[in-house]
Design a protein around this ligand. Structure first.
Ligand code: AMP
Length: 514
């Protein structure tokens, strides 16, 4: 049997895509069973069936209560569950259904799939990264790595340009998230310099503005609110999204709205649309300027502005970027596929590092991928909750600063609590975020160090906190008195345990997705 091919998956808020490298090393998107290059990230729960993709989007119009969409926004949200009958699904399980649909459909074209790289917004924190990795496991994939979407995009753009020296700004505005990243290509090294973004800013926010505008007009005219009824709301949401796409090409559109037996067609011009959403665009502009500042570069040093994500087709995005960067943005690769392409390239690079991983690749492809070096940065500062003796308050003491090249680790010395005769444990709250106030940061969990029972109070323990290449957090503790590793782990506040993941994997492997 030919070796299974590693794949790259862009698990998007609104659409997802899967790609692999062909014999020549070129990334190729694998169409789904319906023949589409991107699959809507929507899940329909029927009586005895789970349907993912276009059909689920259609069903949202008539049966909105049975359809889950935008699940990526809930990934990492503590206690989020989607209830179907007696079963409560976690965001990991729901994301796994989308991944499984992509895997199943792609297997019909390229044979069995095991190894995969899944992309995440660069701005995802550790909790969301772990949840994405776990979703891959539940879908029956061997997740070789998770990779930041802009790094993937830069890889796809940059492969042909490796060898040149170039600085690129990757502006990625998708359906639900926004990311902006500065990437430097030097020789065969692709290095992220700085990144920032917003996990709740994407095309959906632009849609919602139009939807509210039309709904208000409808209310003025009829006194009825189409947002009150799930079916009218979903129908309008679909019309609005079509109208938004049309406004990328046309000066004005008419948006039909039906509710409570009444019908109205509302006109919207491109100028009105841009006015309604200018603060959203302004937020992306501010983040873009901030990233440039954080990288310590000026616009003169940036050679290229890369557009990623379907929402970059909006002309307002292109004009704003041209104005602030002084460069015409590059949209030469398909905005919806480029992230999956980069993930497929990264999967190829990762696969080559595995024993036997070169099987299935030609010598030319191996040569091309072998010595590519990718360097990521952490998108959030890593800190711990510490007591500040001056203010007598708990503060977020930052240990690894945001935008540090990865992998990276930092050591800190702690003292064991005063002994009280019992085996003591050292507990440290691990945080991600920039604020001084621990409560304003994302609490990843508690680093729990189990101490030997006979260790005296006040003994030194050295803890090393680290980020690996894919931005995942790790901890190690050293009992300095005996020079031995102390048992330590991060007890997470959110996410699934190993046994829950195993059970979910078994459950989903039974299910045949449509
Ligand atoms: P992605 O997650 O990158 O596939 O992006 C999906 C988002 O891009 C959705 O919000 C779409 O409505 C939006 N989108 C796709 N095509 C266009 C277009 N021509 N004009 C404006 N927005 C678009």
């Amino acid at each position: 049997m030919p070796p299974s091919k590693p794949v790259g998956i862009d698990l998007g808020t609104t659409f997802s895509a899967i790609a692999y490298l062909d014999e020549t090393g070129k990334p190729v998107t694998i169409p789904n069973r319906e023949g589409e290059l991107t699959t809507p990230s929507a899940i329909l729960f029927e009586e005895d069936n789970i349907v993912v993709g276009r059909e689920a989007i259609r069903a949202a119009l008539t049966d909105p209560g049975k359809v889950v969409q935008f699940i990526k926004r809930e990934v990492g949200t503590p206690r989020y569950r989607y209830r179907v009958g007696q079963k409560n699904y976690t965001p990991e399980e729901l994301s796994a259904m989308i991944l499984k649909k992509l895997k199943q459909d792609a297997e019909r074209k390229i044979g069995p799939i095991e190894d995969a790289v899944i992309t995440v917004p660069a701005y995802f924190d550790d909790t969301r990264r772990k949840a994405t990795q776990d979703a891959g496991r539940i879908a029956g994939l061997n997740v070789l790595d998770i990779i930041n979407e802009p790094t993937a995009a830069a890889l796809a753009y940059g492969m042909g340009k490796l060898g040149n020296d170039e600085v690129a700004l990757v502006y990625d505005l998708g359906g639900g998230t926004f990311d902006v990243t500065l990437v430097q290509i030097s020789g065969r090294k692709i290095q992220m310099r700085a990144t920032d973004g917003d996990v709740r800013l994407g095309g959906k926010e632009w849609d919602d503005r139009i939807l509210n505008y039309v709904a208000e007009k409808f209310m003025e005219e009829t006194g009825e609110n189409p947002r009150d009824d799930a079916q009218s709301h979903n129908e309008l949401a679909e019309r609005v999204e079509e109208a938004k796409r049309a406004l990328s090409e046309r000066r004005k559109v008419r948006i039909p709205c039906s509710h409570a037996g009444r019908r109205l067609s509302v006109e919207l011009t491109k100028d009105e649309f841009e006015h309604l959403t200018e603060d959203l665009l302004g937020r992306t502009e501010m983040t873009t300027q901030l990233v440039l500042e954080q990288s310590g570069l000026s616009w003169d040093a940036v050679n290229r502005v890369l557009l990623v994500g379907g929402s970059t087709r909006m002309p307002m995005v292109r004009s704003m970027l041209e104005l602030i960067t002084g460069k015409e943005p590059d949209a030469s690769l398909p905005a919806d596929e480029v992230v999956a392409w980069g993930a497929a390239i990264h999967a190829g690079i990762r696969s080559l590092r595995k024993p036997g991983g070169a099987r299935g690749f030609t010598a030319k492809v191996i040569k091309e991928l072998k010595d590519v070096v990718e360097i990521n940065v952490n998108s959030h500062s890593l800190g711990i909750a510490a007591f500040d003796p001056k203010t007598k308050k708990r503060v977020n003491a930052i240990i690894i600063k945001k935008n540090t090249p990865l992998p990276h680790s930092a050591k800190r010395l702690f003292k064991t609590p005063p002994a009280d005769g019992k085996a003591a444990a050292l507990r440290i709250r691990v945080l991600e975020g920039e604020s001084k106030d621990p409560d304003a940061c994302i609490q990843i969990g508690e680093c729990l160090v189990k101490l030997p029972a006979d260790l005296a109070g006040g003994s030194p323990i050295q803890i090393s906190f680290s980020y690996d290449e894919s931005g995942r957090i790790g901890v190690h503790a050293l009992d300095m008195t005996r020079g031995r590793e102390a048992k330590t782990e991060i007890i997470r506040d959110t996410g699934m345990s190993n046994s829950q993941i195993d059970k979910a994997t078994a459950d989903l492997s039974q299910a045949e997705l449509e």
